[in-house]
Design a protein around this ligand. Structure first.
Ligand code: C2E
Ligand code: MG
Ligand code: MG
Length: 748
């Protein structure tokens, strides 16, 4: 500080020594402190002017502004806000005009940092202590007290307070900006967004246009690269710092990064954000006017906060990484894959393809070989896919045993991907031939988003797993329609079940030799709300896939048992009621108990019930199914194998399982009229006889079929030739009037 009286003043030296006034190198102090003198006495203006002439405080000169009334002062303050100190006369146009102005400054103009020194001619007009506090008035002096020395002391004290208040206010604003910025930046969760935010923030503090560069060490190369750029520098993103055209800017950035210190020059601020030299970010912002000392201080505060913010962001990015990466395979996970899909779609390239690769029977492999082996297999899969597909392709793990591939359609091609697995993988040091099934789609509809493309590929994969195991299915829009229809149908089925819109039809089963009625098969019926029948071949599989079959099957079982009791009571009942049971029902706990409960409720004997199961139950784990069937047989319930010959190929289960009857599928019965047609039916009949099982033929549609089957030794039959499945009133009618002479069925 330079004043003519500096050597006389202790407090002024103090001000110099505490470093508040020290300026960073290269910063030119030019801006003056605005001091407003408000007094209706022209002499006071004169004296003050004379007293303060040529004085510099804290490295800056003083600029005096003059007003001779409170009203004039208001006008002046309206345009000039950065007034550091107001030297204010209390009594002017009115006795409290000065205090009125104070109120205006604090409450209307909200100038909180501005320091106010009150001056009055008469001690009697001294404001109350409470008023001084309320308006945050710095000092109160009688005019006689304001000698040159005392005035200077008062102004220096006021300026110091002003400066600090400004700094606090500015850093509060800075912090507010940081909080707001980091809120936004955290949402964007990107250090890149943060970097461009930094430029805007610094420019905001300096009051300049956002023109600048932020650079940091690149992940791949290790050198410093431009991370974000704005204004005339936009377009430099990604460029190595040493290749910046503007050598001056490059040098400043490098200086900051290498020294780990911020650098300030007349027309630029370079903030170093980081903890150590060699590791951090540097933000260069250009300014039109010379940078002020206070701005430098503010930027330093800001810089510390930004460093903290940057560190938080880096931690977040790391967390982000964890949330988006499969930890075992170090591949993008499903969430990340969807993002990458979205990015690829945003580029508008319609020649990209998506393929899901699913390992067949992965659960089985895990059970058989252990989880470590399963993990090894997945690692080997990932390696094979990455190596064979090449670097243009994005590879991700989208579920436990499925991978996703995204890339140009000629590379991400299902045929080609299948060929990757012709050569066995190496798993745990041994060759492992893996079977995979693929679902594929071409990302040719820009209207579909990432999530839905993944859904589409899953639809294709599901179908492939059903019908093309070890191969692939390409997605078609009809498939999505089909999937939607199924979902729609399922919800309608739920509703129909809840509202008792399902019923059972019963189809008679006769002895082929005597024509005697021996049983009824209960078949489920659903009349949709448009009045049309929905065939069980459509809704039963849906119910099985969704698990609804458990409730549905229970209901069917109970209803069939109650109908049977009704028939018993009316003296019309055959020997048994046959009920179809899905393999899903078998797998639910308490199945046998529920059968017992249905029988008890209807008051039936167990030998009055038969369960029709399909060959697929033999695929359930060894031991499980035997135990269940043994228990049912022990109760007296009989068991038949439905649709025999259409399903599973191994016949060994026929010997293993405790069965009563096999039902020849109607397909073989229908085929009997063709040349060589009866062969299979005949073989099944013989097989049944050899195994000591009853044989029943389904789908007898004419007398010829009846005769042929009877001639083969098939014991029993059902079909349209005898009766269609009948609802209860039709059944009662049929039972009362049915033909008892077998010739009725054997003659054309
Ligand atoms: P399924 O158990 O093999 O039932 C015999 C099917 O053959 C019935 O079809 C029946 O209407 C039909 N049918 C009977 N006689 C003839 C004939 O002479 N010619 C022809 N072409 N067809 C004949 P439906 O009622 O459409 O049932 C289809 C399948 O749905 C059943 O085959 C069964 O697998 C399943 N299903 C029906 N009701 C139930 C049920 O309550 N529970 C379970 N789990 N499945 C059921
Ligand atoms: Mg059946
Ligand atoms: Mg059948």
């Amino acid at each position: 500080m330079t004043t003519p009286h500096a050597h006389e003043d202790d407090f002024i030296r103090f001000a110099e020594d505490d470093g508040q006034g020290a300026l960073p190198s290269g910063v030119s102090p030019l801006r003056a402190w605005n001091i407003l003198v408000v007094d209706d006495d022209e002499d006071v203006h004169q004296t003050t002017r004379f007293s303060l002439e040529g004085v510099q405080l804290f490295g800056r000169p003083l600029a005096l502004l003059h007003a001779t009334s409170a009203a004039q002062a208001r006008d002046l303050l309206h345009t000039t806000r950065d007034v550091a100190v107001v030297l204010l006369d209390v009594v002017m146009e009115t006795p409290d005009a000065g205090l009125g102005l104070v109120d205006h400054i604090r409450n209307t103009l909200q100038m909180m940092a501005t320091r106010i020194v009150l001056r009055t001619g008469q001690p009697g007009y001294a404001p109350e202590h409470e008023t001084l506090l309320r308006y945050d008035i710095n000092d109160y002096k009688t005019k006689s007290e304001l000698t040159h020395h005392k005035l200077l002391t008062a102004i220096t004290t006021a300026l110091r307070a002003y400066q600090q208040l400004c700094l606090i206010e500015a850093s509060r604003r800075g912090l507010e900006q940081i909080v707001a910025a980091s809120g936004e930046l955290l949402r964007a969760a990107g250090i890149q967004r943060f970097a461009s935010g930094v430029i805007t923030q610094i420019a905001g503090i300096l009051g300049t246009r956002p023109e600048g560069i932020v650079c940091a060490r690149g992940q791949a190369t290790g050198g410093y690269r431009v991370l974000a750029a704005a204004g005339q520098y936009a377009g430099l993103v990604g460029l190595p710092v040493e290749r910046l055209q503007d050598q001056h800017v490059a040098a400043l950035l490098e200086q900051a990064l290498q020294s780990g210190q911020s650098v300030f020059t007349d027309h630029a601020s370079v903030l170093f954000l980081g903890e150590r030299q060699g590791d951090g970010m540097a933000a260069f912002v250009q300014s039109d006017a010379r940078i002020q000392a206070m701005d430098v201080q503010l930027l330093r505060v800001f810089c510390t906060n930004l460093t903290a913010c940057r560190n938080q962001l880096l931690t977040l990015e790391r967390l982000h990484h964890v949330a988006y990466e499969d930890p075992m395979l170090k591949l993008p996970n499903r969430t990340r894959f969807i993002e990458l899909l979205a990015q690829s779609l945003a580029h508008g390239d319609t020649n990209q393809a998506l393929v899901l690769v699913d390992v067949d029977d992965f659960a089985g492999i895990n059970d058989l070989m252990g989880h470590d082996y399963g993990d090894e297999l997945l690692r080997a899969m990932a390696k094979r896919l990455a190596e064979s597909a090449g670097s243009e392709v994005v590879l991700a793990r989208v579920s436990g045993n499925a991978f996703g591939l995204l890339g140009p359609s000629d590379i991400v091609d299902p045929e080609r991907i299948l060929s990757f697995f012709v050569t066995p993988l190496q798993v745990a040091g041994k060759p492992h031939r893996v079977s995979v099934t693929l679902g594929a789609c071409l990302l040719n509809d820009p209207g579909i988003d990432g999530v839905n493309w993944l859904k589409n590929a899953s639809i294709a994969l599901k179908q492939a797993k059903r019908d093309r195991r070890g191969r692939f299915v390409r997605f078609t829009p009809e498939m999505a329609q089909h999937a939607r229809n199924r979902t729609q149908m399922l919800s309608e089925l739920h509703a129909a079940f809840d509202h008792n819109h399902l019923y059972l039809a019963y189809q008679p089963q006769l002895d082929l030799r005597t024509g005697e009625l021996i049983g009824l098969e209960a078949l489920m019926r659903w009349r949709g709300h448009d009045g049309r029948m929905v065939p069980p071949d459509r809704f039963i599989p849906l119910a099985e896939q969704s698990g609804l079959i458990v409730g549905l099957g229970d209901w069917g079982l109970k209803t069939a048992c109650l109908t049977m009791r009704e028939l018993v009571q009316q003296g019309l009942a055959p020997r048994r009621m046959a009920v179809n049971v899905s393999v899903v029902q078998f797998q639910t706990p308490g199945f046998v108990e529920r059968i017992q409960h249905a029988l008890d409720t209807a008051g039936l004997r167990p030998d009055q019930l038969e369960l029709e199961i399909t060959e697929s139950v033999s695929l359930l784990g060894h031991g499980v199914i035997e135990t269940l069937l043994e228990r049912l047989r022990a109760m007296g319930v009989s068991i038949s194998i439905d649709d025999f010959g259409t399903g599973y190929s191994s016949l060994s289960y026929l010997e293993r399982l405790p069965l009563d009857r096999i039902k020849i599928d109607k397909a073989f019965v229908t085929r009997m009229s063709a040349e060589g047609g009866p062969r299979i039916a005949e073989l099944i009949a013989q097989l049944g006889q050899k195994l000591g099982l009853q044989v029943l033929a389904e789908g007898i549609e004419d007398a010829h079929a009846w005769r042929s089957l009877a001639a083969m030794g098939v014991h029993e039959g059902q079909g349209y030739h005898i009766a269609r499945p009948l609802d209860v009133p039709e059944l009662l009618e049929w039972l009362r009037q049915r033909p008892t002479d077998p010739r009725h069925y054997t003659q054309e």
